[in-house]
Design a protein around this ligand. Structure first.
Ligand code: ADP
Ligand code: MG
Length: 390
C-alpha cells in the first residue's frame, strides 16, 4: 500500500475526507613548501606536493546526493489486502486486540534480520558507497574535528559526502555552517537520535558541500530508546542508510563516541574502513590495542570491511615526546598511517565560528595536514573499490 492509501484509510477511520489532508512542513593552499611529516617511514610519507588543495568540483545539488525514499512498512502486508479499502470482512483487525497484533507485527518486522529484497538493497548499497568510521579508545583526541574536516576534504575531492554523528554529544553539527534558506534558527535539531525514518529530511546541507546528519537534540528517554533499538537490531544503521537513496560513489563519514558502545558497533557494522585517531602521547599509545580488539570484534566475518588505518593528531614538534611517539607509531604501523595533523590553534578558532578549518584558514598547517590525510584516505578507498570490482 502507498503512503497515500494509508492516509486515505486513516481518514475513513476518523470519518474525514482525505482530499483535505495537508502535509505540515518541517521547521525548522596551497601548501607546497612544507616538509613531509616528521619521522614517518619513507613509504608512509605522502608526497605533499601532489596533494595541494584540489580545485572545488562543480557543486552537485544536494538533492542529487541523496533522494528521499519512502520505506514505510505496508499495513496491507499485515492484513493481507492489496487495495486501499478497509477489509470489512475481517473486523477483528479493527479491534484493539487486532491493532495490538498489527503493532506487534510492525515491531517484529523492524527487529527481524533483513530478508529478501531488503537484504539485497543493503548489500547493493554497501557495494555502491564507501563508509569510513572515525574511532578511538580515548575521548578528546579529535575524532569529531577530523570527521568534519575529512568529510569536507573528501567532498573537495569530488565525491558526494554524508557525515553522520553517532555520538550523543551531538557535536559534529557545530563544525559545519548550515545552509538555511530562511536564516531562521532551528527550534530543535533533528537527527538520528529521533529514530525518524526519513533521515534525508533530518540532513543539514552545509556550506562545505557535506550533508550533515546530526545526532539530534534528544532527551534521555529518546536516547535510551534509540540505543535499545540499536541493541536489538544488529543492522539498524545499514537499514537506515539503505532508506536514503545515496548516490553511487557517496562517501559516508561516521563520527563515534570513544571506546566500546552500541554506536561503535553499529558504525563498524557498515564501515569499509576504520580510521583510528590517536594523539602522540602515552595514554593514546597504550590504548591502541583496546580499539584494535574492538574493531576486530565488531567487524568479524564482514566481507565489506577492508581494514584499519591510523591518523596521529595534535602532533607538537616542539616536544620531544610528541616527536618520538609519532616516529614510533610510524615505524610500527607503517603504511597504515594516513598521516599526521599538527597541533594547530586555528582548529579551535574555526569551531568558534561553526566552520571547519579548511574554510576558515585554508593556509593553516592543520589544513595542509588534513588535505594530505584525506588524499591518502581517498586513495585507500579507491584502491578498495577497484579490488571489489575485480
Ligand atoms: N590538531 C588539533 N590542533 C589543535 N586542537 C585540536 C586539534 N584536533 C582537535 N583539537 C581540539 O581538541 C578538542 C577535542 O577535539 P574533538 O574533536 O572534540 O575530540 P573527540 O571527538 O575525540 O572527543 C577540541 O577542543 C578540538 O578543537
Ligand atoms: Mg567527539
Amino acid at each position: 500500500m502507498s503512503a497515500s492509501s494509508d492516509i486515505s484509510g486513516l481518514f475513513k477511520w476518523f470519518g474525514g475526507r482525505p482530499e483535505h489532508y495537508q502535509e505540515m512542513p518541517h521547521d525548522d593552499l596551497p601548501y607546497t613548501d612544507r616538509e613531509p611529516p616528521l619521522h614517518l617511514p619513507a613509504e608512509v610519507v605522502v608526497n605533499l606536493a601532489e596533494h595541494d588543495a584540489p580545485e572545488l568540483p562543480e557543486q552537485e545539488p544536494l538533492e542529487q546526493v541523496c533522494k528521499p525514499l519512502l520505506a514505510y512498512a505496508s499495513l496491507d502486508e499485515c492484513v493481507g489486502k492489496s487495495s486501499g479499502s478497509l477489509p470489512a470482512e475481517n473486523e477483528e483487525v479493527w479491534s484493539s486486540a487486532g491493532l495490538q497484533g498489527l503493532l506487534a507485527k510492525l515491531a517484529q518486522d523492524d527487529q527481524s534480520p533483513l530478508a529478501g529484497n531488503d537484504a539485497a538493497s543493503v548489500g547493493s548499497l554497501l557495494e555502491r558507497i564507501s563508509v569510513v568510521a572515525i574511532v578511538s579508545a580515548k575521548g578528546g583526541v579529535g575524532k569529531t574535528t577530523l570527521s568534519a574536516t575529512l568529510a569536507a576534504a573528501l567532498y573537495r575531492a569530488g565525491r558526494p559526502v554524508l557525515a553522520v554523528d553517532m555520538d550523543p554529544q551531538n557535536a559534529l553539527q557545530h563544525h559545519f555552517k548550515a545552509v538555511t534558506d530562511s536564516g531562521k534558527k532551528r527550534s530543535r535539531v533533528l537527527g538520528i537520535g529521533y529514530g525518524e525514518r526519513d533521515w534525508y529530511a533530518c540532513g543539514v546541507p552545509s556550506h562545505s558541500g557535506v550533508l550533515v546528519l546530526p545526532y539530534g537534540d534528544v532527551d534521555e528517554q529518546q536516547r535510551l530508546s534509540i540505543e535499545q533499538q540499536m541493541s536489538s537490531t544488529s543492522d539498524w544503521l545499514a537499514r537506515r542508510l539503505a532508506e536514503m537513496d545515496l548516490s553511487e560513489g557517496t562517501i559516508v563519514v561516521i563520527d563515534t563516541p570513544p571506546g566500546p558502545s552500541i554506536y561503535l558497533r553499529q558504525a563498524l557494522s557498515v564501515a569499509n574502513e576504520a580510521v583510528v585517531v590517536s594523539l602522540a602521547d602515552a595514554a593514546s599509545y597504550t590504548s591502541l590495542p583496546k580499539i584494535d580488539s574492538l574493531i576486530k570484534t565488531y567487524t568479524a566475518g564482514r566481507d565489506h570491511f577492508m581494514g584499519t588505518s591510523y591518523l596521529i593528531n595534535q602532533v607538537d614538534e616542539t616536544r620531544q615526546l610528541s616527536r618520538d611517539i609519532t616516529r614510533i607509531l610510524g615505524e610500527l604501523l607503517g603504511v597504515r598511517v594516513l598521516g599526521l595533523v599538527h597541533h594547530d590553534p586555528s582548529i579551535g578558532d574555526a569551531l568558534a565560528y561553526n566552520h571547519n578549518i579548511l574554510e576558515y584558514d585554508p593556509r593553516s598547517v592543520a589544513s595542509g595536514d588534513i588535505l594530505s590525510c584525506s588524499s591518502a584516505l581517498f586513495a585507500r578507498l579507491a584502491a578498495k573499490s577497484s579490488t571489489r570490482e575485480q
